[in-house]
Design a protein around this ligand. Structure first.
Ligand SMILES: *Cc1c(COP(=O)(O)O)cnc(C)c1O
Length: 457
């Protein structure tokens, strides 16, 4: 654990860090600038970071950099440290596991933690059907394997995905991802048998939000029944709230209609809950809020408090269709990561974090609505729980305002607030605070955001 010197005070990382915003140098400070120089000599140019600070410690609702600056965290490392950075139960369980064994490879010599995580996910995921879970390392890997299970179970090749989707950066998941820049450009050719259909995106639906569900569903049905052929489709893969695409909440009822349509045709529905899952939206899974019961559900990000762990949970008959030895990986379901996930489940239950996510959602939505009432560049406020976004526009015509997002994010960083951008058009700011953040830091962060929006030229 990193030991930090703050003048006279010495502290470790995690939630014991002082829960304050404090800038003691310019941003980035001299130590971060030195690291940036070493980085550019050692790392490829295309590996970029959203901020220019280098992290020394993080916890509660703050991230502290190598110059001693303390930032308010509205990003959670992209929705990963949902229970907080170095959350006490995560630290305790992983530390204990580190002293017992760090790896045996579950495929070679199994252990209890893996089984326990699978039991928990089978219980917590939507639907009361019999389920099975397999563990992996990353979200992309979970999606890759969801497709393998779906193909093995149906004997069909095609995978249907949506506009604005993000499913990862490996060959199959990069193909499934919608956005060309930066995810796909120059990296083709892509995997075959991936088909894209419109998302019921209320804010930008051409004939108005009230028509989004009906018309998007009609196009979805037409594409599958007349172009792709339902008998060729193994799975439809959908994020219940699209993450990287800009926190697009599908028009109400759209997901349920997709599920019904697919059930009638023997197509499996995969909910990609890598970003929305594990308490982020105020429920264990975003699918629950829509009464949407997928056949397969993928999780990662918030699953293990920052340790790399991902999962595919699905109907027992679907998951059992893959043959022995066909699925797995050297590191999949690492024992330390499994202990972290068990600590995450316990923390969410004991600390009532589902309710906390809802509270944070209300605080953010109220604060953002106030900010929006004084400007004409915030076109939409959307999301659920601690997963909220604003879409920035040029006034009147709804044209995406990417420049405003760049200015807001950079103003916020310079003033001690860590923010993330998103969106197909790069014109969305997303708010993903850790659920361990205090009300005071949320309010202070919203204040900086207000100044940032006001400063946009
Ligand atoms: C981040 C993300 C992925 C990819 O996860 P990695 O761990 O980065 O491979 C897949 N799907 C969604 C919805 C995501 O947000």
């Amino acid at each position: 654990m990193t030991i930090l010197e703050h003048g006279t005070e010495t502290c470790t990382g995690g939630p014991t860090l002082p829960q304050i915003r404090r800038l003691v140098t310019e941003v980035p400070g001299p130590n971060s600038r030195t690291l940036a120089k070493r980085r550019s000599a050692a790392l490829p140019a295309g590996l970029t970071s959203g901020s220019s600070i280098y992290v020394a410690a993080a916890g509660g609702g703050v991230v502290v950099d190598v110059d001693g600056n303390s930032f308010i965290d509205f990003g959670s490392g992209i929705a990963v440290t949902t229970v907080g950075n170095s959350a006490p139960r995560v630290v305790e369980r992983t530390t204990r596991q580190l002293g017992q064994f760090t790896h045996t490879c579950f495929l070679a010599n199994p252990y209890e933690g893996y089984v326990e995580v699978c039991e928990a996910l089978n219980r917590l995921t939507p639907g009361d059907h019999e389920k099975r879970t397999a563990l992996f390392n990353t979200g992309s890997e979970a999606l890759e394997n969801a497709v393998k299970y779906a193909r093995a179970a149906t004997g069909r090749p095609a995978v249907v995905v949506f506009d604005h989707a993000f499913h990862g950066r490996t060959l199959m998941t990069m193909t499934m991802t919608a956005k060309n820049q930066p995810y796909k450009a120059t990296f083709g050719p892509f995997a075959p048998e991936v088909y894209r259909v419109p998302m019921a995106y209320p804010y930008r639906w051409p004939s108005g939000p009230e028509n989004a569900a009906d018309e998007a569903f009609a196009q979805f049905r037409l594409a599958i029944d007349t172009q792709i052929g339902a008998a060729s489709v193994a799975a439809v893969v959908v994020e219940p709230i699209q993450g990287e695409g800009g926190f697009i909440v599908p028009a109400p009822g759209f997901l349920k209609r997709i599920a019904e349509f697919c059930r009638e045709r023997g197509i499996l529905v995969v909910a990609d809950e890598v970003q929305t899952g594990i308490a982020r939206t105020g429920a264990w899974f975003a699918s629950e809020s829509e009464d949407f019961v997928p056949d397969i559900i993928t999780t990662a990000k918030g699953l293990a408090g920052g340790m790399p762990l991902a999962a595919v949970t699905g109907r027992a008959d679907v998951m059992d269709a893959a043959h022995p030895g066909g699925i797995g990986g050297t590191y999949s379901g690492n024992p330390v990561a499994c202990e972290a996930a068990l600590a995450v489940f316990e923390t969410i239950e004991v600390e009532g974090l589902l309710d906390r996510a809802k509270d944070i959602g209300e605080i953010l939505t109220t604060g953002l609505s106030e900010i929006a009432s004084d400007t004409n560049i915030i076109g939409d406020i959307r999301g659920r729980g601690a997963m909220i976004a604003i879409e920035l526009i040029h006034d009147e015509d709804k044209a995406p305002n990417r420049e405003a997002v760049a200015q807001i994010v950079s103003y916020a960083h310079a003033h001690g607030l860590l923010l993330l951008a998103a969106g197909t058009y790069g014109n969305v700011v997303r708010f993903l605070p850790p659920l361990s953040i205090s009300d005071e830091l949320l309010a202070e962060g919203l204040g900086i955001l207000r100044d940032a929006v006001t400063a946009v030229r």
